[in-house]
Write a new protein. Structure first.
Length: 255
């Protein structure tokens, strides 16, 4: 039986989508309904459903961030009120989308498309994530009006606030309610999210490697693959290795 997750912070929309999917695809098992992106990401990792219907705009992680962090073969359908540019990009990347308000006729076409894609996946075996999809998701997440690039980060360490030049930052990593700013000297805390930082930092220097991690490329010492072919980044002068989500592995092909 095909298994699916629905993620939307509006309960009535989740219920409507569940009812419509049940009518159009009786064999589909809805294994979880997530109320936010953090819940969706955790359940996708835990349950590894065949398909995830993700609202684009959710608290915690948005749908694009959840999609970027998927490690397995879960296919994604976005449920979105995004503009024409985003819809064109989704279509170009060969992933499906449903515009809000959800219409039964459009959802029926999506169901058939997902069935076809899952059948192909079953016949050919698990696929590696599409590099074009990863690139499209990255562009959608970072597309925004031009903003001045950050030169300094104002971050807390205990009761003290520090002004940290961005070139001194090794990496940023989301940690519960805060984002950790890691330097060679120590850790500092800010409330700015990884997504917001990615929009404000120079993309030629700072690269996202996971939905919760943004690294300084000038501080990369190298990469390593473990026995399961999982990729890790090694940072200069830092003992800890940072895992790379499969959606971002293509960024390190030359290393």
């Amino acid at each position: 039986m095909t298994r699916a997750i629905i993620a939307d912070d509006e309960a009535h929309l989740s219920r409507f989508l569940q009812e419509q999917l049940t009518a159009l695809w009786p064999e589909l098992e809805i294994v979880h309904i997530a109320k936010n992106g953090i819940d969706a990401a955790a359940k996708i990792a835990e349950l590894e459903p065949d398909v995830a219907f993700l609202d684009v705009q959710m608290p915690g992680y948005n749908g694009l961030e959840v999609a970027q962090g998927i490690e397995g073969s879960t296919r994604v359908v976005f449920v979105t009120a995004f503009d024409d540019y985003a819809v064109e990009a989704f279509d170009h990347a060969a992933i499906d989308y449903i515009l809000k308000p959800v219409k039964t006729e459009r959802l029926a076409r999506t169901v058939e498309r997902v069935k076809t894609e899952l059948a192909k996946q079953t016949a050919s075996g698990p696929e590696m994530p599409d590099a074009k999809l990863a690139e499209t998701l990255h562009k959608l997440l970072t597309k925004a009006k031009a903003v001045p690039r950050l030169q300094y980060i104002r971050a807390a360490q205990g009761e003290l606030m520090h002004q940290i030049p961005v070139e001194d930052v090794l990496f940023f990593q989301a940690d519960d309610k805060y984002t950790v700013v890691q330097t060679t000297i120590g850790e500092y805390l800010i409330r700015t999210t990884i997504t917001e930082l990615a929009e404000q930092l120079d993309p030629a220097i700072f690269c996202q490697i996971h939905r919760s991690t943004l690294i300084n490329l000038d501080q990369v010492a190298g990469t390593r693959r473990n026995s399961s072919s999982r990729l890790f980044v090694r940072i200069k002068g830092h003992a800890r290795e940072l895992p790379v989500s499969r959606a971002f592995v293509h960024l390190f092909k030359a290393m």
